[in-house]
Ligand binder design. Structure first.
Ligand code: MBD
Ligand code: FE
Length: 306
């Protein structure tokens, strides 16, 4: 069949058959996606077996709750960032910390504090470097923003995230810090290690067929928001990781690379109430003022809540 015949057929089956109320946006999207799928079946001569294997794959990936991971791994989530960047450029937005993907591992409801939070439960402190993360939230004119909400989440030394990894305590390595009067936040935590897809999982299975690995560099996630500013979804990725520019989820971007420096000066240690050398990352944020004309940066997606 050619595309015109395909489109006629799809309309006959899914549009002309409507007897109830139609959601026009959903109809438009389904008709288009079906048309593109039928066309791909034609062009690639996709067999019945291949089609069923594909549907079975989606069933398995959904049952394993890995569709969010798959979206990251196939670059769909990064592609949406690139589109959002394009829209921002067209809207004339200049400045602001670059966005990058949320990923599938955020959990709402983390403990909230002002200015400072200790994020780790101490269970790894005997064998993992302490990491101090500090920074300020500013607007694009350089004004500090007090009371900004800085939501932070990251992996432990095995690359695992609490909640999804039930061996960790509740909200381990997840905190919400409200910036202090100077627009500053400070987190005491442990050095994260890059995530790797579950080796026997559905996402890694498709990556294997593409000859790809499923690893991310060491990174820390953020949502940064404040009234009248656009919500920022971003991460920093840590310099020195072998996957820094080989991230299976394509989240590493210029402007989002952080360097962890070794701090051994006892005076600096005392400043953070630490009695051991530690690592320190300074990461500042720049938020863009919101106006009604700008595309929204709020993404409505199903998120875990604890
Ligand atoms: C992660 O930690 C992550 O950030 C993404 C994008 C995908 C899988 C695991
Ligand atoms: Fe992550």
């Amino acid at each position: 069949m050619n595309r015109q015949q395909i489109d006629v057929l799809i309309k006959q089956m899914n549009v002309d058959t409507a007897t109830g109320e139609v959601n026009p946006r959903i109809q438009q999207i389904i008709v288009r996606l079906l048309g593109d799928l039928f066309q791909a079946i034609e062009d690639l001569d996709i067999s019945q077996t291949e089609l069923w294997k594909g549907l079975e794959y989606l069933t398995d990936a959904g049952q394993a709750n890995e569709l969010g991971l798959l979206a990251a791994g196939l670059g769909l989530e990064h592609y949406l960032d690139l589109r959002a960047d394009e829209a921002d450029m067209k809207a004339g937005i200049v400045g602001g910390t670059p966005r990058t993907i949320e990923g599938p591992l955020y959990v709402a409801g983390a403990p909230e504090s002002i200015g400072f939070a200790r994020m780790d439960d101490g269970s790894e402190s005997t064998h993992v470097d302490t990491l101090i993360i500090e920074g300020v939230v500013k607007d694009t004119a350089g004004n500090l923003i007090p009371n900004a909400k800085v939501e932070i989440w990251h992996a432990n030394s095995l690359g695992n995230y609490s909640f999804f990894d039930k061996s960790q305590s509740d909200f381990n390595l997840r905190r919400t810090i409200i910036t202090d009067a100077n627009g500053q936040y400070i987190a005491q935590t442990t050095m994260p290690v890059g995530y790797g897809c579950p080796p026997e999982g559905t996402t890694q299975a498709v990556l294997n067929l593409l000859g790809r690995h499923g690893n991310r560099p060491s990174h820390v996630h953020y949502f940064v928001s404040a009234p009248n500013y656009r919500k920022l979804t971003t991460q920093f990725n840590i310099e020195g990781d072998k996957y820094l520019w080989d991230d299976f989820a394509f989240a590493t971007r210029d402007g989002l690379i952080a360097t962890a420096i070794d701090v051994t000066d006892p005076v600096e240690m005392a400043k953070y109430n630490l009695d051991q050398p530690f690592k320190k990352i300074t990461f500042n944020f720049e938020l863009v003022k919101d106006t009604n004309q700008l595309p929204s940066t709020e993404v409505d997606r199903r998120r875990a809540e604890a």
